[in-house]
Each structure stands twice: as structure tokens, then as C-alpha cells.
Write a protein that binds this ligand. Sequence first.
Ligand SMILES: [Zn+2]
Length: 305
Amino acid sequence: MVAPYRALFQLKRLHYISFNIPRGRERRIRSALAEIGCEEGWRPRLLPMGLERFEFCFELPDPRVDAVLKLAHAEGLIFVTRVEQRFTDSELRSFPLLDLSVDRKEIDPYGPTRGTTYDLSTGCPQCGTGATQTSPFLAPPRSLPKTGLLCASSSETFVATPLADALRAEDVSGIELRQVLSSTDRTPLPWFQIVSSFEMPKMAPSTKGIIRSSTLPPCPRCQRDGHYHTPEERLQIVYDSASLTVGELPDVVHTWECFGRSGIHAENFRYSRFAPPLILVNRKVFEIFRAMRVKHARFTPVRFV
Ligand SMILES: [Zn+2]
């Protein structure tokens, strides 16, 4: 029997692998990963107690999958893997909104680490979640990639000048494209932070793939931080269509839910962290990304029911 045309596309699958790296073995495992060819695309995440977590998404078939699993076994690492079907572009186009994430090694500074300033009166008084960023994002020039059109820190998302120009030319609404400045001499850098202004209501309870953690609980006051992705379940964001009209939303919005934990360090503000929301975009933005052949952009459907 001949496979339907559509089924050929659906053969594309994604294989997620993630594991924590035990303390003291970071260097050895990092260099082993580099030898496998995984120096780009890992998302190192610092966990409490100094642990690093690595997550990677392979598009199958990819010979590196076996090599990484072999490494994980040899090192006795506890890892989680998940295989799922990749959405085709035509499938993505059928959804009203898409979660935009960046599948690229994160840049090092984030939040206030290099002097970026915030208005704390606009955020949660206890943890700071939701505080408005009042200055341009400050980053050492060498921390930003020399190639590509999209990158992210652990809490901010950036587009390079050509993509920023394209988004402006198409009058994409709901965002300010704020130019990143050098943290050493405040000169403009060729990257623009996506600053979203429209906050979505809370997600519907039928949302899947987002968890809470009892060891890293949310702020007791706002409950807004402390959301986490889980490698065990695909992200499936759902909104109640009774609470908003999709057609009236700006082209880019952000979620009420913020990911990771927030914390204000009064003594050294640069150690503060503001848990970021997810960025959701509509089809207009998706088409601009596709027209510009933007690499490292991963889109996940958002449903309204
Ligand atoms: Zn809070």
C-alpha cells in the first residue's frame, strides 16, 4: 500500500533527551558532548545546588542520539527521553497561536546580571515576577552570537537586525524591539530584545506539559513563577476561548505563567532573577520567520477551546 502524502511528512520525529550532570563531572561530559557534535543546541540550565541540566532536541534520524544515550549510560546519568511527531508547517498554520522557543545555546547574561534595570513596583513585592524592565538589555558584545537571526538568554529573547527590520516592516503588534547595548560602553549591538506588552489570562486547566515542583515551589504571594516544562510530556497550551477573542489579540503576546523561579537579591541586585513568561506568536509572525528562514525557532501549537 502506498503511504499517503501526508504520512510522509509525519515520519519526521523529534527526540528529546535531557539529564542532570553530577557536580564535578561537567568538564568531562561537556567535552564528550562536543566530540559527539552537540556543542550547539544544548540548553544548559543551572539547577539549585549548582547542578547543570542539559536538554536537547534531535530531529530524527540523527546518529548523535545513539552516541548521547551511550554516553549517558556510560556515565550512569539518569536521563529522560521522549519521542514525538514534529508538526508540519501546514499543521502549525492551522493554530491561532504558537509558542515560540529558541533551540540554541543560551547566551550567558540574563535579567539584571550586567546592569539591566527594572521597576520593582510593577512586579510581585515578594519575588519580583512581572517587574517591568526599564533599560535596554545590557550584554557583553562577545556574549551574543555572530551568526543567525534568533537567540535567547535564560529569560530574554533576541532577534538580529534583519529580522527586527522585517518585523517592523510588517507592523507586528504587541512588541517593542529594544536594541541591546554593550554592558562595557553602552554602544548599540546588532540584536533587539523582544519586549512583549500583552499578557494573556491564565491557561486553561486542560493545559499539559507544564508542572509545579514541590522542591522548587512558586512564590507563595503571586504563584506566578515556579512553572516548569517537563521532558516527560509534550507542551500543549490551552486557553478558554470564552475569556478572550483570538482575533483581537496583538500579533505577539506573553503568558501569565512564568517559568523557573524569581528572587530579588537586595544586597546585590545583579543576582536577582525574574522568571520569564512564554512568548506566543500568531501566524503572521510565523510567516515572517519562515520567509526569513530563521533557524533555531521552535513553534508549538496553542489551542483555544
Ligand atoms: Zn511573587
